[in-house]
Write a protein that binds this ligand. Structure first.
Ligand code: GLU
Length: 476
């Protein structure tokens, strides 16, 4: 049988990385088995619908290469793939389930439901309407009374099933409620629609978060009532912010767009989230999309919560930068440099080359380069540095010497470097003393995004010479 997995997001906001990981695993699993990956939009809860959320799902999945074989926009033989467009078919299945004893009509009012509290003070439906006769139900429906359809869950007993990650799991029916399957507006709830759709769309492997581990028995009960084959289940561990808190979209943590905006590239996001709850057999951490497709397996999915480690994700992003060619990195860096404070001031390709090994996030490019845009009356005290064995007096003595030897040289990095070192030797100074004084004089900054010769190359000869002269004059 061909493997068919699905990603079934609810368009309720941005695409949280937990959701993206679900999509990724479902995609990788299907592709690794030569199967199909399906996108289905679960929008039956219209009150939670957020404008633009659907477009964001499409664009994020496309951008990250998680292309679906069937889905709302591309179609497929099991469509429509948007639940609200499938509204008419759920009622027939709900009626069938009622006939098979797996569900019943419920006419209880909101006021009555408010009065129902179980022994733990939790509101739990008491199966009141289960005892209504078929005739009475028909009469009340015919008279236009509002109703819902609830699942009929046994009061006792347990339901066990095998999850491909968690193994054999079992839950007591007594802890479950007769949830609503069809709402009074004729829309199915998630609890019903997911079962009907997974069956009709011939989904072989249902992959979702562990929060569904304990409700799956209810779904299995429906598959059994209908006489349908249950799918296989693959539940994925939660992603935690730390050992106690879950990374959650409700707290506004970490959507795909947030990561991109904060300077990650999509390759890192995909690579890193693949490792949140899964690991390959080796300890390789930098894995391309192609490698993930080849290596992904259910055996590598962990039962334990994954802790999101931003430091590690940053490191990985930096590794991607290092592995790029200069030209590849420049395509990422260029738009940032063009919007930075140094836009149009220097050789952008050179700046990009300099940043490639020095940043872990694209946003750090502007942070590092922006200070180069200004050269005001900087604090002369930064010339004083104990470890470099410099101070303003030493600078006062060294800078005229530097000026002297630099004036007539050809301005290449190599020449600047060799000239400065020759001066070190001639004056019997330390490398650090000459390089520090030179670098500070030409940049006016204690911290620069590169060494002395690199700064010399960025600013060019004329600027450097005039800045050294200016510093000499200020020290006089
Ligand atoms: N719409 C559900 C969600 O976004 C999907 C869960 C599932 O995969 O069945 O959580």
């Amino acid at each position: 049988m061909k493997v068919r997995t699905r990603f079934a997001p609810s368009p309720t906001g941005f695409l949280h990385i937990g959701g993206l990981r679900t999509a990724l695993y479902a995609y990788l699993y299907a592709k690794g088995k030569g199967g199909d990956f399906i996108l289905r939009l679960e929008d039956t809860d219209q009150t939670r619908y957020v404008d633009g959320a659907v477009e964001l799902i499409y664009s994020t999945l496309r951008e990250t290469g998680l292309n679906w074989d069937e889905g709302p926009d591309v179609g497929g033989k099991f469509g429509p793939y948007i639940q609200s467009e499938r509204k008419s078919l759920y009622m027939d299945y709900a009626v069938e389930l009622v006939e098979k004893g797996g569900a019943y009509y419920c006419f209880c009012t909101k006021d009555r439901l408010e009065t129902l509290l179980d022994e733990n003070g939790q509101r739990k439906y008491d199966k009141h309407c289960l005892s209504l006769s078929k005739e009475e139900v028909a009469k009340r429906i015919a008279s236009g009374e509002q109703y819902v359809i609830r699942q009929n869950i046994p009061k006792t007993g347990e339901c066990a099933y095998t999850d491909l990650v968690f193994g054999e799991v079992s839950f007591d029916f007594k802890d479950m409620e007769d949830n609503i399957l069809m709402k009074s507006d004729g829309m199915p709830t998630y609890n019903f629609a997911n079962v009907v759709d997974d069956h009709l769309m011939e989904i072989t492997h249902v992959m979702r978060g562990t929060e569904y581990l304990s409700s799956t028995p209810k779904y299995n009960l429906m598959y059994d009532n209908f006489g349908w084959e249950r799918p296989q289940y693959i539940h994925m561990p939660p992603i935690m912010k730390n050992s106690k808190e879950k990374l959650s979209k409700r707290h506004g943590d970490a959507s795909y767009a947030d990561f991109i905006n904060s300077g990650y590239i999509k390759e890192t996001v995909i690579n890193y989230i693949a490792l949140l709850g899964w690991s390959p057999k080796s300890d390789q951490e930098k894995l391309t999309f192609e490698e993930l497709k080849n290596l992904f397996s259910v055996e590598g999915i962990s039962k334990h919560p994954a802790i999101f480690d931003e430091k590690k994700m940053k490191w990985l992003n930096g590794e991607y930068f290092k592995a790029m060619t200069e030209q590849e990195f420049f395509t990422h860096a260029k738009p940032i440099i063009e919007k930075s404070a140094v836009a149009g001031m220097f050789d952008d390709e050179y700046l990009s080359k300099l940043m490639k090994t020095r940043v872990e996030l694209l946003t750090q490019i502007a942070e590092k380069l922006d200070p180069l845009a200004e050269y005001g009356d900087w604090d002369l005290e930064i010339l004083t540095h104990k470890k470099m064995k410099t101070d303003t007096e030493i600078a006062k003595a060294i800078l005229p010497e530097i000026l002297n030897v630099m004036k007539d040289i050809e301005w290449t990095e190599e020449k600047v470097h060799d000239t400065l070192l020759a001066l070190v030797e001639k004056l019997e100074l330390k490398n650090s003393q000459v390089l520090w004084c030179f670098r500070i004089a030409i940049t006016g900054l204690a911290n620069t995004p590169g060494g002395a010769t690199e700064m010399a190359k960025i600013f060019g000869k004329d600027t450097c010479i005039s800045r050294i002269e200016k510093t000499i004059a200020r020290l006089a």
